[in-house]
Ligand binder design. Structure first.
Ligand code: AMP
Length: 555
């Protein structure tokens, strides 16, 4: 079995078991679209503005692109950084890559040089696929800088006006599946980006087998069918939108995906009405903005049946409002790009749906809740969640040293989430042990931001901590020990922009101190710092300053 260098596979015996019992179907993701196109060729698969693609059309498009990328010189095992918003090309290019074994690295539309430079270096990517401009930003400039720094980056393909680069290569003659053996289903299909707990973003390898199992199982629980109309409004490069059950789950069911590049209710409500959208997935802040906008507009939302809310803590008061305001059933979602996915179910008691983040989707998911010493806590107790299973990674890509601490010796992934498990097996998220700020669903790695901040000439030390926020749940506070005159928030933001950091990682507030409280081991005691500065109580909603970023889970 060909294995990608730097990929940590499941132990052979475990993999054999998943294959023997059919958990892993042995079907590459590219074949999923092909077989669905054979079953339901005339069903609409994808809607992007005024463009609509049947399964047959999307399938042919993916094959023409696959042939085009092959003719351009891309080969199985090559890595391609994919940076597209929610446009049809994102889907077609992904499936073209899956068919020829090129591995897309899913990045978010507002990642910038700091992230992409690292990812290109880590993966040795041979291609960058992007678009000309998005939300006022010219991605061709980014392509130029990446090309200067990475000799491996032989190809840049641009949707829209390519400038000096190449347009998407659509061959006249599509890929002939009979003449082109696709990848093995146990191979890595693509990479997701980790929310991060380290100074540099880590990559999560997802195999065809594991991802199809996740999306199909979730689609079964969500009762996806040919009648499903899924609105993808969070970036489809997010695991939540791509496969929980998301786009891949829709394609496993013969339904349609409707794309939106923004989560704004003024854009999404008309899309729901126009296309008869039945389901969508949002983060709590977006659910909140939809609820606020829904008053008197329920008719537009009449086809909505299921609204998934997750990726950040969903407070009970918000959970209670979702169903009545959006005329749909709420489903709580707790998941991670690394694997484990938990969903509440239709048959759950209303109280369970309001107060838990769901049960694991698979009977093969193994969950342990442990204390700081690594010992399992008593039933119902709170501790860190460890997990392993058929779709949870066994190691980050090319991260041997980090993996040694991020996994137990027997292969459990340390999630960094503090949870308790109810008697019915429901997971309740109680907090976090990891050094991440969950800003309305966006994940900001504190060490990553600290690394950038301490590069500033007027900052000696920095500690990045969450501050409670009534709208986003948490915002990002940079506590600094300055050298001389401290930089203002505006200065810091400009500095971070110049360093090429994605803007959702910028601090919302900067606080100067003379010293940090330290724990016994000499580490910064962030809990105490948060308490000392009074950052753990949310200010009133009107405290949102003018230079704060608006919503979480940017698009
Ligand atoms: P990501 O890989 O970006 O999906 O981030 C995964 C992380 O988001 C998890 O490890 C949790 O820390 C957080 N998360 C996801 N869903 C929830 C939820 N329903 N409630 C609280 N935190 C969540």
């Amino acid at each position: 079995m060909p294995l990608l260098d730097g990929f940590v596979p499941w132990p052979a015996e475990t993999a054999e078991r998943y294959r023997a019992d059919g958990t892993w179907a042995g079907e590459p993701l590219g074949e999923l679209l092909r077989s669905q196109a054979a079953r339901t060729p005339d069903n609409v698969a994808l809607i992007d503005g005024d463009r609509s693609f049947t399964y047959a059309a999307l399938d042919r498009w993916a094959d023409r692109l696959a042939a085009g990328f092959s003719a351009a010189g891309l080969r199985a095992g090559d890595r391609a950084v994919l940076q597209l918003p929610n446009v049809a090309e994102h889907v077609a290019v992904s499936f073209a890559f899956f068919r020829i074994g090129v591995l897309p690295v899913f990045t978010l539309p507002n990642h910038r040089m700091a992230e992409l430079d690292h990812i290109c270096g880590l993966t040795g990517a041979s291609a960058y696929v992007t678009l000309d401009r998005f939300l006022g930003f010219d991605h061709r400039g980014l392509a130029r800088s990446l090309r200067e720094r990475h000799a491996s980056l032989r190809h840049v393909f641009v949707v829209g006006d390519p400038g000096e680069f190449a347009p998407l290569p659509e061959a006249e003659t599509p890929l002939d599946p009979a003449g082109a053996p696709g990848p093995d289903a146990s191979d890595v299909a693509f990479f997701l980006l980790s929310g991060g707990t380290t100074a540099l973003p880590k990559l999560i390898p997802r195999t065809h087998d594991d991802y199809l199992y996740q999306a199909r199982t979730a689609a079964g629980i969500c009762e996806y069918s040919e009648d499903t109309r899924y609105l993808a409004t969070l970036p489809i490069a997010f695991n939540f939108t791509w496969g929980c059950p998301g786009v891949v789950g829709v394609f496993a069911s013969g339904g349609a995906v409707v794309l939106s590049t923004v989560p704004d209710p003024q854009v999404c409500f008309p899309l729901i009405a126009r296309h008869g959208v039945t389901t969508t997935s949002v983060v709590p802040t977006i659910a909140h903005s939809w609820i606020s906008a829904a008053d008197g507009r329920q008719e537009e939302l009449a086809t909505l049946e299921l609204v998934q809310v997750g990726s950040a803590v969903v407070h009970r008061s918000l959970a209670e409002e979702v169903g009545p305001a959006l005329t749909a059933r709420l489903q709580q979602v707790f998941g991670m790009s690394e694997g484990l996915l938990c969903l509440t179910r239709r048959e759950d008691a209303p109280e369970t749906v309001l107060t838990t983040q769901g049960r694991p989707i698979s009977p093969h998911d193994e969950l342990r809740v442990v204390d700081a010493a690594g010992d399992e806590v008593a039933a119902g107790g709170t501790g860190e969640l460890l997990t392993r299973g058929p779709y949870t990674l066994r190691g980050y890509y090319r991260a041997e040293e980090h993996n040694a601490g991020a996994f137990t010796p027997d292969g459990f992934y340390r999630t960094g989430d503090l949870v308790r498990i109810t008697e019915d097996g429901g997971v309740v998220v109680m907090g976090r042990a990891k050094d991440v700020i969950v800003r309305g669903g966006d994940k900001v790695s504190a060490p990553e931001l600290e690394g950038h901040l301490t590069g500033h000439e007027r900052i000696d030390q920095a500690a990045v901590v969450p501050m409670a926020d009534a709208v986003l749940g948490e915002r990002t506070c940079a506590v600094i020990i300055p050298v001389g005159t401290p930089p203002t928030l505006g200065e810091l933001r400009r500095y971070l922009r110049d360093r090429g950091l994605a803007s959702y990682k910028f601090p919302d507030r900067v606080v100067c101190v003379e010293a940090f409280p330290k724990s016994g081991l000499g580490k910064v005691d962030k809990k105490r710092l948060v308490a000392d500065l009074g950052l753990d109580a949310p200010p009133g909603p009107d405290a949102a300053g003018s230079d704060r970023e608006p919503a979480g889970a940017h698009s």
